[in-house]
Design a protein around this ligand. Sequence first.
Ligand code: SAM
Length: 308
Amino acid sequence: MIAPVAAHRSPAAPRRRGGTALLGDLLDDAERRILASRQADLWKPWVARADAEEIAELVLGRTIGDDDLDQPLSAATRRRLQAMFQRRIDGEPLAMIRGWIDFRGLRLTVRGDVFTPRPSSELLAIEAIRRLRRRRRPVAVDVATGAGPVALAVGDAVPGARVIGLDIAARAVSLARSNARRLAVGNVEFRRSDMLAGLPRPLRRQVDVITFHPPYVAGHELKTLPGEIARFEPVESLTDRSSDGLGLVRHLADEATAWLRPGGWVLVEVGPYLARSATAVLRRGGIRDLRSLRDGLAVTRVLAGQAP
Ligand SMILES: C[S@@+](CC[C@H](N)C(=O)[O-])C[C@H]1O[C@@H](n2cnc3c(N)ncnc32)[C@H](O)[C@@H]1O
């Protein structure tokens, strides 16, 4: 990947040499249009350039460097590039365009009908791994597992753990299972389940860590989401349709202590704006010593607390 460009040009349209567009100019143009798109959800402006470059690398099938920027492109390559740039400008997440995402070193397949994992959820996995490594033959449950990023990262990093990923959507469970098979992570199983209902009863008061990245957008806020999220993610992965977005956090708070060992951990990923209210919900469910954790991205918070 070329480093974010400080001194790039912003032409109105890609320049051409002898009727052929140069890669650098196409990249400049794509960057400008991704940045201006009302559909794309960029957590930092430089992501527009990084996305354009990664799309170009996908289309060209190789890494591009500074020397490539002045290279003329054939008309066919230019058309393929512009079609792919347009998908990003229209809000399609980069991971969906390429069909995979790297999460804690694991290459996960993503699909349009299952929530696309975000790098910001790595914090949830990291905090779970830290706590599980201290325990002998621990049990971890990842509720709302989606494509399985957190469950698989935990299983991969703590081979002695038994990890169970749960999701209400059959297509999420099927994708998570196929990710587990392809990555040969053998200590993670996935089950279709409404919250914790599908856990085997012998696991009551045996679980060391529950991780949860819930759909936390309030029902009435759905219409305010950027197109990249609203149009490309399944609606049940975004909202539980409650008025505050915390319906499923309340559900977890009601059930978690029945499954956790004494001193077992609940880790919940939410938007920073929900950290206080979600903490109050978990406290009312009997979870103790709650704290709010953040990483360098600071896009989300992970609330961490323990069962009595
Ligand atoms: C925000 S996504 C998180 C997916 C995954 N953990 C990740 O970080 O990529 C929320 C997930 O919750 C699942 N979900 C929604 N309601 C649920 C419920 N009642 N019980 C279990 N899973 C649920 C959705 O199918 C979706 O996969």
